[in-house]
Design a protein around this ligand. Structure first.
Ligand code: HEM
Length: 296
């Protein structure tokens, strides 16, 4: 389903045509971006391939095979990638931030782990990978507040019949629905509770070593669909996980954070769109720089 259809479904049926007219007003955004990026594309085309900057735009340009590619293809792909990479990662981070302030009892546990792993050292890719409590915490936030409920969108290129007899005709779009699995008490004990160490406990209970990735944040599974599953599972998940971990570590070490009193200790409610849980858009979180830190 296109994003326009998703948006329109949020309006009552009798108002959808007005809403559609309104949404159409934004169709100039692609044209605006093309106007902005066209000079950059021209400049890069004039360069030798190995001289072009090593970034995502060059990558997209290198994948387009037409002799004179339509800038819409390149700019559209660029914007799509921005959306799948940035919107998703920032939403995940904001979800985590709201859990941190709503469950302050876990903050010191996380800080203690960070202190043990990092000591006075800098944050590095390797050391972030050793934060097992944080990893479990983040996977639990994704389980509990997944923002991609309809995930694994697939287009049937041929008729397909599942082992239980369900038929998918060629040409149909199908998706898996994540939240009913993430909230299924047969799959997750106390599924309606936010239990940040759940996945670490599973790892320990199954006697898996500390290097096991079975329940790691980045590991897709049939009962954990935050990254989708299979061949098309999110290829950006290692990067996204590292980014979110880095932000959380930095914030926990540098700042005390809390909800304003007006929130009465309640996590800002998620915004539910077609079953997906988006982080609250208007909630406030208070930050105060911690004293006496020499950490960067
Ligand atoms: C926390 C952040 C993110 C979440 C929760 C997320 C989630 C997802 C999900 C659910 C899918 C669909 C997978 C499927 O159909 O099986 C997906 C696909 C994809 N994601 Fe992410 N993503 C995140 C960050 C990123 C980042 C940072 C990038 C790029 C740097 C990225 C690039 C992609 C791409 C290119 C696809 C399409 C893969 C394909 O169809 O083969 N994502 N992501």
């Amino acid at each position: 389903m296109s994003w326009r259809a998703v948006l329109l479904r949020m309006f009552p049926e009798q108002r959808r045509s007005d809403a559609n007219e309104y949404i159409k007003r934004f169709s100039h955004v692609l044209e605006d971006c093309i106007a902005l990026l066209n000079p950059v594309l021209e400049q890069r085309r004039a360069m030798r391939e190995d001289e072009r900057p090593n970034d995502v735009l060059t990558l997209i340009m290198s994948q387009v095979t037409e002799e004179e590619p339509d800038p819409r293809t390149i700019v559209g792909t660029y914007l799509l990638l921005e959306q799948v990479a940035q919107g998703t990662t920032s939403m995940t981070f904001v979800h985590v931030l709201y859990y941190l302030v709503a469950y302050p009892e876990y903050t010191e546990v996380l800080r203690e782990e960070i202190r043990q792993v990092h000591g006075d050292g800098p944050i590095s890719f390797a050391s972030l990978g050793e934060l097992r409590k944080l990893d479990s915490y983040l996977r639990e936030t994704q389980r509990y507040s997944g923002f991609s409920n309809a995930t694994m969108n697939r287009f049937a290129v041929q008729d397909y019949t599942f082992s239980n007899g369900v038929k998918i005709p060629k040409g149909e779009l199908v998706a898996a629905v994540a939240n009913p699995i993430h909230m299924d008490p047969n799959v997750y004990e106390d599924a309606k509770e936010f239990k940040p160490w759940r996945f670490l406990e599973r790892t320990n209970a199954e006697g898996l070593g500390k290097d096991s990735k079975k329940y790691a944040m980045v590991t897709p599974a049939e009962d954990f669909l935050a990254w989708g599953l299979g061949k098309h599972a999110c290829p950006g998940r290692w990067y996204a996980a590292m980014l979110v971990k880095h932000l959380v570590v930095y914030i926990l070490l540098q700042y005390d954070i809390k909800l304003p009193d007006s929130a009465k200790g309640k996590r800002p409610p998620n915004l539910s769109i077609m079953g997906s849980s988006l982080p609250n858009l208007s909630a406030k979180v208070l930050f105060r720089r911690r004293e006496g830190l020499d950490w960067e």
